[in-house]
Design a protein around this ligand. Sequence first.
Ligand code: RUQ
Ligand code: CUA
Ligand code: CA
Length: 643
Amino acid sequence: MKDDSKSTPATETPAAGRRRFIGSAALAGLTLGVAACADKKSEGGAAAPAAGGSAAASGHAADAIHLKPGELDTYYGLWSGGHTGDMRVLGLPSGREITRIPCFVPDALVGWGITNESKAVMGTKPDGSLRYTVADTHHTHASYKDGNYDGRYAWINDKINARVARIRLDYFVCDKITDLPNVQGFHGIFPDKRDPVDEKINYTTRVFCGGEFAIPLPNAGIEDASKYRSLFTCVDAESMDVRWQVLIDGNCDLVATSYDGKLAATNQYNTEMGAHYEDMMSAERDACLFFNVARIEAAVKAGKFKTIGDSKVPVVDGTRESNKDPKTALTAYVSVPKNPHGVNASPDGKYFICAGKLSPTATVIELSKVLDWFDGKQEKLDGAIVAEVELGLGPLHTAFDGRGNAYTTLFLDSQVVKWNVDKAIAFHKGDKTVKYVVDRLDLHYQPGHLNATQSETMAADGKYLAVGCKFSKDRFLPVGPLHPENEQFIDISGEKMVLLADHPVRGEPHDFIIFKRDLVKPKQVYTLDEFPNAVKDPKESGVFRKGNKVEVRLTSQAPAFSLREFKLKKGDIVTLTLTNLDKVEDLTHGFAIPKYNVNFIVNPQETASVTFVADKPGVFWCYCTHFCHALHLEMRTRMIVEA
Ligand code: RUQ
Ligand code: CUA
Ligand code: CA
């Protein structure tokens, strides 16, 4: 599994490190034996993992994640679901998946994409069918206050159709989806952490969205790719309206925001603006592109924008050519090597770290120096780079422990490398004796994202690290050609990282955040007033007809629906509204209509509705599909459609 004798000295190449690793493998047993066995208690009450990486230490540490029946996790994790178009909610450290929150793609359990309420969020065509039923979610991030999560919202992107969804963290439901105009391949997303100007606004009000694919603007189908551009988009966190966009050279990949609200940035792997992969990797350096948020908003206010095509969204000019003068620039292109992947903000608020991907390095950019450049106090933008250090092959994403260490995934080396940011800066400054690499841990295999508990907040606590490994190969029972991915959980509370667990997950989730459980306060019972169409009393039930438009209104209370049957005529356009009057936590009912492709649930005090044409005459037993009561099977009503 892991060999922890192979911390590569800072000056050594990864290849040399691997050779040395083989030679020193015999020594591993010796160094492993000294792992101390700290006997502190974790928040979960289980024994905390010991520092050290031996097999024995791993077994001991694994106790911390094995929660006994009835024990609760201490952290929430929000994971992008990938192609299932939803958000996964995990408990950490156990890694148990607790629920999934549908947003972009229909979900048969809750009736997402079946009910009128969910269709209104997802968006429909004029004929009432869904606009989209595929999605590719990559990144999810939550709203901030005072540098930590405030439990209001989380956002998640759909790369395929350039949509951003908002999840309400009181009910764990998606309540809004916004299209980004003139964007293809919407990739990185990050909320701001406070306002760049107004001192009083110390919470998230904007969500920044990076457009990855350059396209003709407007998209009129021209072939000369050198004329394509992409857009960086700001969405209002409350209204979810698109506020403004910035026209840029190159592309956007991931997005990071500073703790003072002044800067957002995206890493760019295609500054070449190539249309083919060999063009996209032809340059030795690309960029980390910074956005001066206050200046962009001032330019929008001053009317210095254009619009593109049918969109009314103001678009300001952030291209290189128009932003050479630091005193007026809206953007700053900091040169970083090569096809960088990922940009992450350190929890002390000082740095953004850009991983090199095709370069074995990470670049540390000091934010105050970028701001100095905008203020004309820092002559050269390159001077904002305070370290560019070698980590290993294929560095992708970086997480933090709040103790000055960074953890970067190495895709090609199948490792996570722990390194000290201050020491890397000292090394870069010239002290080549400094060893900035603290530890390396083998992963299984080819890691993409990683994140540590509270890592993207000022309250980074350095307890656990999760890694999304893109390949699982031999780690699980074979299940045919499609392998699961492997989510690995690692204890980072000590000097050495300790691998705790493998979890298979159906492809292809992506990014995630992990935070303390008390930062969200989920409600488990709705209030009837959340739903303007609620049937508040069983006595309001009935069939209400206006010509061939029919409303069926009913309630559920275990183990019965308020209507024992209801009659329709063939061809009726029916809207059926169901309110669950049960108030007991966890007392959810379902409602399915055979042959009508209807199934949805109503949680306690929730209302949902469906609209359909009663085009098939006959008797249809509408039944409760969610186990609710000893008489769950008996919980039915009859829909009678007369010919
Ligand atoms: S990018 S695996 Cu879509 Cu998150 Cu790095
Ligand atoms: Cu109601 Cu099952
Ligand atoms: Ca490139």
